[in-house]
Design a protein around this ligand. Structure first.
Ligand SMILES: [Mn+2]
Length: 611
């Protein structure tokens, strides 16, 4: 009796402890398995061990606390609820950096140095320059495999990148490119990209008619150590459509677009892919160095500039503001969040490229597509960065060797009008005001792009200006945009296309905008594009100076009733004095005369309330 009771009790204890151990086993198993769930079947054929990208990054000291800290400082949340911003592990590859290209001593252009021509070559050089708008003789003298200096900042050379990264396909569009520049681009990719991350190179020929770009090119690329294909558009299609053709054939995970006359520098690819593997909605550009169009010397560009744009919607480089430097803890090797990109060179996740609406197919040939994509990335939940550790050289040309059907400016106006209509809300007025020729350009149907903006739930242009680009030349809040007319002389304030530092002019009011368009902003500026009305003397002419946004000499108050424009710091009035040089506006003691009265009238509404 006692025995059987004892046995029953023992059995109960044994069963209970076994159950407890089974439970512990399950918990331990779940804890140490990275990969649980339906998406984990694919690993069987892949040699790479399953490895979560963000986890691997934090183990490398790359993500982890630093990344979390950075994310917390975002004003908005980048991580979607469905958490599709990282890659499944089977799409990632181990990689090894490529060894540096060895210098071929005594050969021209090695180490990125420029080549000097012999004087007797001068005439032929000048003649041939026009064909490509760069010195083809110099380029042809330099090895396709030339060595370059390692021009990266010291801290970039010791940076650790995730051990597993996605593969990329390189897409290079060209039209009548020279042989040596095109193939030096290709060789620089092959020589300086980790081989396991380089899926293929796609050369997209946009209807070139140079013979060597035909079969000769195809035969040549067949001999390359990395799979390289030549795709051809049937007729001249322009950069945008040619890139779309290239993207369609991409089999890698990330698309990297390059121009056809580039040289990728040491370690250029790793920093780009490293940002994308952490968040596949990050679009990353390298620092674009300068390859001289004359000597082909490789010259390092500043990592202290970022991309912006002016009222004319020209892309321009501006100095990185302290605000962004502080966000990066003054670390010049940390990724730089740029408002816009130059557009020729960048990496983007292939799926994200399409999710985000690839390119506006209503745009022609070239121009504006870089700003369109920049606005779209930021406003629709992505991130646009320049990686200061990634360097690619580019031959900048002073003028384009190509001809476009219908003329360049017509096409650029058309493209810019499309991006203004779709993305810029009321700030499109700045573009039309300063570029009156654009108002008559046919925009075409933008309903698809507006539907895309709706579908992706993109934020407003105001949000972009407030959060991404507060330093923009387009003022966030302004009272007025239009001409500023003097009551007595009936003449208008006019920039006369002058540059920063020169006098502001006065001339006959033509009512066409352009040089006679000014914005009166909530920050008390009277501005035209990059420049602000500025007065440093109590009496005398007023100048146009690059806007600094710090009030001071650039602060003005328009009194709607008295119609005076008063300079804040000196309390003097803006005057069109017919006695002085009648083509300038001056500052003078306020006396209530008609020469100190101004009207601000236009079709535009006062955007900000004047209270
Ligand atoms: Mn180019």
């Amino acid at each position: 009796m006692f025995r059987s009771k004892f046995r029953l009790h023992t059995c109960k204890i044994i069963i209970a402890t076994s159950l407890l151990w089974i439970f512990i086993d399950i918990v331990v198993l779940m804890y140490y398995t990275d990969c649980i769930g339906p998406n984990c079947k694919a690993k069987s054929t892949d040699i790479d061990e399953p490895f979560d990208a963000t986890a691997s990054a934090s183990r490398m000291g790359w993500g982890g606390p630093v990344q979390d800290n950075m994310l917390q400082r975002f004003k908005y949340n980048h991580n979607d609820e469905n958490n599709n911003s990282t890659y499944p592990s089977h799409l990632l590859k181990h990689w090894k950096p490529m060894p540096p290209v060895r210098e071929k001593r005594g050969k021209p252009g090695e180490g990125g140095r420029g080549v000097t021509m012999r004087p007797e070559q001068d005439a032929i050089m000048k003649k041939k320059f026009k064909e490509n708008q760069f010195n083809i003789l110099a380029s042809d003298m330099i090895s396709l495999n030339r060595s370059l200096q390692d021009i990266r900042q010291a801290d970039c050379k010791t940076k650790h990148y995730p051990t597993l990264m996605p593969t990329t396909s390189i897409v290079i569009v060209f039209h009548n490119e020279a042989w040596s520049t095109l193939l030096r681009t290709v060789w620089s990719v092959i020589n300086r990209s980790p081989r396991s991350l380089l899926k293929e190179i796609l050369l997209v020929d946009d209807a070139s008619d140079r013979e060597f770009l035909g079969k000769k090119l195809e035969d040549y690329v067949a001999t390359l150590p990395v799979e390289t294909k030549v795709l051809r558009t049937e007729k001249r299609s322009g950069l945008i459509r040619a890139r779309l053709l290239g993207a369609k054939h991409v089999t890698g995970q990330v698309i990297t677009f390059l121009d056809a006359h580039c040289e990728c520098a040491e370690g250029w690819l790793e920093p780009l892919l490293a940002r994308i593997v952490l968040n596949r909605k990050t679009v990353v550009c390298p620092v674009i160095d300068v390859i001289s169009d004359d000597t082909f010397e490789y010259v390092t560009a500043s990592d202290m500039t970022w991309g912006g744009f002016n009222w004319k919607l020209n892309f321009r480089w501006y100095r990185v503001p302290q605000r962004e430097m502080s966000r990066r803890n003054n670390d010049r090797t940390a990724p730089l969040r740029t408002p816009t990109m130059a557009g020729g060179l960048f990496s983007i996740d292939k799926d994200y490229f399409y999710e985000l609406g690839s390119y506006d197919e209503g745009m022609d040939i070239w121009g504006g597509e870089n700003l369109e994509m920049s606005f779209r990335i930021w406003m629709c939940g992505g991130t646009l960065e320049i990686s200061p550790c990634s360097h690619v050289g580019h031959v900048f040309r002073k003028s384009t060797p190509y001809t476009f059907p219908g003329g360049t400016s017509h096409i650029v106006n058309h493209n810019n009008a499309r991006l203004a209509e779709v993305w810029m809300d009321e700030w499109k007025n700045f573009y039309y005001a300063i570029n009156p020729g654009a108002s008559n350009v046919e925009v075409g149907d933008v309903s698809d792009r507006l539907a895309l903006r709706e579908k992706l739930k993109c934020k407003s242009f105001r949000w972009y200006l407030e959060n991404i680009y507060p330093e923009s030349q387009m003022p966030l809040d302004y009272y007025y945009l239009g001409e500023i007319k003097n009551v007595e002389s009936q003449q208008c304030l006019d920039t006369m296309s002058r540059k920063s530092g020169e006098k502001a002019g006065m001339s006959y009011c033509h009512g066409l905008g352009g040089n006679q368009v000014f914005a009166y902003t909530k920050r008390s500026q009277i501005m035209s594009d990059d420049n602000c009305l500025d007065a440093s003397n109590i009496v005398g002419p007023v100048s146009l100076i690059r806007c600094h946004g710090l009030e001071g000499n650039q602060a003005w108050v328009y009194d709607l009733k008295e119609m005076t424009i008063k300079h804040k710091t000196t309390d003097q009035c803006l005057e069109h004095s017919m006695s002085a040089d009648q083509y300038t506006a001056i500052l003078n003691e306020c006396d209530g005369s008609r020469s100190q009265q101004w009207t601000m009238k236009s079709n535009f509404h006062w955007q900000a309330s004047s209270r």
